[in-house]
Each structure stands twice: as structure tokens, then as C-alpha cells.
Design a binder for this molecule. Structure first.
Ligand code: ME8
Length: 493
């Protein structure tokens, strides 16, 4: 039908949902700032964007943390951190939400209807910390250096594994191997950075075994029951991944392609840490194929923050408290540092010295300095945005041309997830603009009586161009000058 209008598909970006078994740390903040930065970028382009985040509140790990603390684990709340860090999320989901439970059970029923689920006795090495079974080939013996205790650990995550045997429901993951491979072949840029695709293909080539997707409720009661079998609790990772559908209103009221699209699905981008790529690039597409739901359009797997080159993690205890840093350096400076020095392809090593370095040299030294130089009353007594000069020198033209080209270069960086490079380009341009100001010394130019006429002309040009749009044009420095002081006050330490 020619008259059918395509539904507007909002751009849908998600973060992982975070376990609530310990206080949030800077790695969590990183995933979310990254997603928020991409969201704001799309908004600048005029897109309608959904950003979802939330908390993963089920599973054995959370259950154990809750009983150890004798309280509900919901008290460790990432939402406070994200609000403090000015994250502009549009949906905050908790897996304990009633509507999520409904979505998970409907999804389960679809897997049953497609004959992807069967019951079997499952035994193997299980890591509570990773909430995953590992095959024999992926574990090794380990001796705890402090206690001398011997036990087995996962080679990949280095987390302790224990032998577990019980009757579970299993998902026919093995038969979906070729379909996942085909998806990766057809959409080579679905996983960013690109080299991670080979990692995923490597996992596929070593073969896929069926996946245990439930746990005995007597052992893991902290979760959503299998529909029609309360003796079994749905595996926390199946439950958690479905959050991405729950936030789009799944099960969609009338299950048509239009409702799905207008609610945001398929996701345009899942931002995840590299530690959970297996779940997002193998299990999630497999579950979706089985449930006959379109696959996400992109998965960005970022690297980790390390400290002294060791992964920063709750279980290792080498974590940095993000609240303290936000108080000390301010929200924007911390967000800037995370985007500037955080790793996409390679890990980023955390250093407070570098927060200070970036703050002093780039934020206060370049951006703040340029802002005050352009807006201060001594340099800009008319307090107007000057018009394009009638005559330009070759330096004017070069800098102006660079400014014109910058947005396209930044677009390219955002397309390729090269955020560090984008910020490099911006700071380099700020440095050039500062140099241009030092070279031209407007504080001397302004005293030249020949300039007075020019300022009058500026006023007329401003009024015509901006009308009432620009906030109080007659008082640039009041607005921007104070903004600069609020943004980048001198560091206390
Ligand atoms: O994995 N550096 O939750 P989680 C950078 N609930 N990012 C880090 C990091 C570090 N050192 N440590 C953690 C889970 N992260 C699941 C996800 S999604 C359906 C379920 C980031 O609380 C990284 O993105 O253990 C990681 O994947 C995320 O925090 C969640 O950590």
C-alpha cells in the first residue's frame, strides 16, 4: 500500500544492567557514560533516542550477597550514581519489575513453542561469580596464594568454579551455530571493534553445546520461575538479556512489525564490556532467532579499566569509588576523563594523576581559557558574537576551514567508536584557536579606535542573525564567564 507510512523508529541504545551485589564502581560508570555520550551525539543530530539502563537483581550471586548482608541487595543502587553523573537515561529497568517478569515468561513460552527447550540432567563446572558453566577445556587448577587452598578456576575470568549436577531445562544452542555464523558473515560490522568478531567466530568454531537455562529453585530461588514449573528458576542471564526487550514494551500489544519498530526494537546499539561479549554475541542472538525476533543492529564491546594493569573488579577489590571522584573533580570533568582515556580496543589504566592532567591542560587550560578569552569584557567589550570579518588573513581562513571540517571528522570517529580520537581532534583544534588568539592579541586590537565602527556593525549583524535566540546577547561574559568558573574551578589538590 503506497499510503502506509513507515513508523518512526527511535534510535535505541542500551547499557548492560548491573549486578546489585556490591557498590557500583568506575567501570560501571564508564559503560553508562559511553552509552550516554553516544545518545547525546545522536540527539545533536536530531534523532529521537531511547537510552536504557538498569539493574540485574536475580541469580545466585545476588542471593548470596543478600543473605551475607541480611538485607535486600537493592540497596546497592546504581541509579543514584547515574543520576549523580548526569546520565540522561530514558528507561531504568530492574529485573524485579513485574512487567519484566511477564516479558521473560512470554519469551520462555516462545522458546517452548519453537521446541528449543528440553529437560536434561546437567553437570559441569559452575562459576557463581560469572553465573556460567564452563567446559573442562576452559578451566584450570589454582592455588590461592594467601590461604594455600587448591581449587579450579575459569581460565577466561579466573573465577572459582565448583562441580554442579542437577536436572535443568536446556536450550538447543548447538543447532543455532550456523545461523549465528551466517549473521556475522552477512553483517561484518555488527560487532565493534571489528577484531572482536574473530573472537566470537573462534567460539563458534570450537563448537556450541546446548545451554542450561534454569536452576533448581531449591538452590536458586532468587529469580523468575519457569512457567508451569515452580521447581525451576530461569537462568539469570536469559532473564537479564530479555531486559532489552522489556524496556521496549515487549510483549508488544499487537505483535506486528510496526509496533515493534515504533517501540524501538531492534536495538540500534548494545554497549557492553568485553567480559560479557559471549552472552551478547552468542547467547542473545541465539535466543532471539529461536523466539523469531529480529537481532540487534550493533554491539559495542569496550575494554576494561585496569589499575596497575590488573582488571578493576568488585571481586578483586581494586575498585575506585566514583562518587568521591565526582565530588572532587565535578561531573563533566569525570565524564570527560572516562571518554578521553577509557579503552575501546585496549584496556585503559586508571590514574588520578591523569584526571588532573586532563583537567588542568585540556579543560581549564584549553576549553576554559578559550571561552574566557572570547567572552571577557576586556577582549569583547561589545559582548557580542562577532560577525565574519570582511577581510580575512590566511591564518583566519585556515582555522575557519578546520572548524568547518571538524564536525565531519567527529562523525566519522563516532561511527567507528573512536572516541579518544574525537576528543584528540577537538582538543587540538582548541589549542590552535588559543594559539590564534595569542598570535592576534585581540586585547591590543580592541583598543584600536578603528575597531569601534566594527563593533557597531557587529551589533546589527547579531540582532539580525540571532534575534532573541542567543541568551542575553548583550551579556556574553556574564553567561559564559560564570559557566567557565562553575565548570572548571581551580583544582583543590
Ligand atoms: O555483567 N572496566 O553486570 P556487572 C570497564 N549483570 N567496565 C567494567 C569494568 C571495568 N573494570 N568492570 C565492569 C553484569 N565493567 C551483568 C550484565 S547485561 C544483560 C547483564 C562494566 O555488574 C562492563 O560493561 O558485573 C560490564 O559488562 C558491566 O560493567 C556490568 O558489570
Amino acid at each position: 500500500k503506497f499510503t502506509t507510512k513507515l513508523p518512526e523508529k527511535p534510535t535505541y541504545i542500551s547499557t548492560p544492567i548491573f549486578y546489585v551485589n556490591a557498590k557500583p564502581h568506575i567501570g560501571h560508570l564508564y559503560s553508562v557514560v559511553l552509552a550516554d555520550s553516544i545518545k547525546r551525539y545522536h540527539e545533536l543530530k536530531g534523532h529521537n533516542v531511547i537510552l536504557s539502563t538498569g539493574t540485574d537483581e536475580h541469580g545466585l550471586k545476588i542471593q548470596q550477597a543478600a543473605s551475607a548482608n541480611r538485607k535486600s541487595p537493592q540497596e546497592f543502587c546504581d541509579e543514584d550514581l547515574f543520576n549523580r553523573a548526569n546520565i540522561s537515561y530514558s528507561k531504568f529497568i530492574r529485573t524485579t519489575d513485574e512487567r519484566h517478569k511477564e516479558a521473560v515468561q512470554v519469551f520462555w513460552d516462545r522458546l517452548v513453542a519453537g521446541q528449543y527447550i528440553y529437560k536434561d540432567v546437567h553437570e559441569g563446572w559452575y562459576s557463581v561469580s560469572d553465573e556460567a558453566f564452563y567446559p573442562e577445556s576452559q578451566i584450570r587448577a589454582f592455588t590461592d596464594p594467601s590461604s594455600g587452598e587448591n581449587y579450579m578456576v575459569s581460565i577466561e575470568s579466573e573465577q572459582r568454579v565448583v562441580w554442579m549436577k542437577e536436572e535443568n531445562y536446556k536450550f538447543r544452542l548447538s543447532i543455532l551455530r550456523d545461523k549465528i555464523l551466517q549473521w556475522l558473515e552477512e553483517k561484518p560490522s555488527v560487532i565493534v571493534p571489528e577484531f572482536r568478531v574473530n573472537e566470537v567466530k573462534g567460539w563458534l568454531e570450537s563448537g556450541l553445546t546446548d545451554l542450561s537455562i534454569s536452576r533448581a529453585s531449591s538452590r536458586v530461588g532468587w529469580g523468575i520461575s519457569v512457567p508451569g514449573d515452580p521447581e525451576q528458576t530461569i537462568y539469570v542471564w536469559l532473564d537479564a538479556l530479555i531486559n532489552y526487550l522489556t524496556v521496549t514494551g515487549f510483549p508488544w500489544s499487537n505483535d506486528t512489525r510496526d509496533t515493534m519498530l515504533s517501540n524501538g526494537w531492534p536495538a540500534d546499539l548494545h554497549v557492553v564490556g568485553k567480559d560479557i561479549l559471549r552472552f551478547h554475541a552468542l547467547y542473545w542472538p541465539a535466543f532471539l532467532i529461536a523466539a523469531n525476533i529480529p537481532l540487534p543492529r550493533k554491539i559495542l564491546a569496550h575494554s576494561h579499566w585496569t589499575m596497575g594493569k590488573q582488571k578493576m573488579s568488585k571481586s578483586r577489590g581494586n575498585v575506585v569509588d566514583p562518587f568521591q571522584l565526582l565530588d572532587l573533580y565535578g561531573v563533566d570533568a569525570m565524564r570527560y576523563y572516562l571518554m578521553r582515556d577509557g579503552g575501546i580496543a585496549d584496556d585503559g589504566d586508571y590514574s588520578e594523576d591523569w584526571i588532573q592532567e586532563r583537567y588542568r591542560k585540556e579543560l581549564a587550560g584549553q576549553l576554559g581559557n578559550l571561552l574566557s578569552r572570547c567572552t571577557s569584557a576586556t577582549v569583547n567589550p561589545s559582548q557580542h558574537i562577532p560577525p565574519k570579518p570582511a577581510k580575512s588573513t590566511s591564518e583566519d581562513i585556515i582555522l575557519h576551514q578546520k572548524l568547518i571540517e571538524l564536525p565531519d571528522l567527529i562523525d566519522q570517529c563516532y561511527d567507528e567508536a573512536q572516541f579518544r580520537k574525537a576528543l584528540d581532534l577537538i582538543t587540538n583544534t582548541l589549542a590552535e584557536a588559543n594559539k590564534y588568539i595569542s598570535d592576534n592579541q585581540p586585547w591590543i586590537l580592541v583598543k584600536d579606535p578603528g575597531q569601534a565602527e566594527l563593533f557597531d556593525e557587529e551589533r546589527r549583524w547579531d540582532a539580525a542573525k540571532f534575534g532573541k535566540g542567543w541568551p542575553d546577547q548583550n551579556n556574553l561574559s556574564r553567561h559564559l564567564g560564570t559557566l567557565e568558573k562553575v565548570l572548571f574551578p581551580p583544582l583543590r589538590k
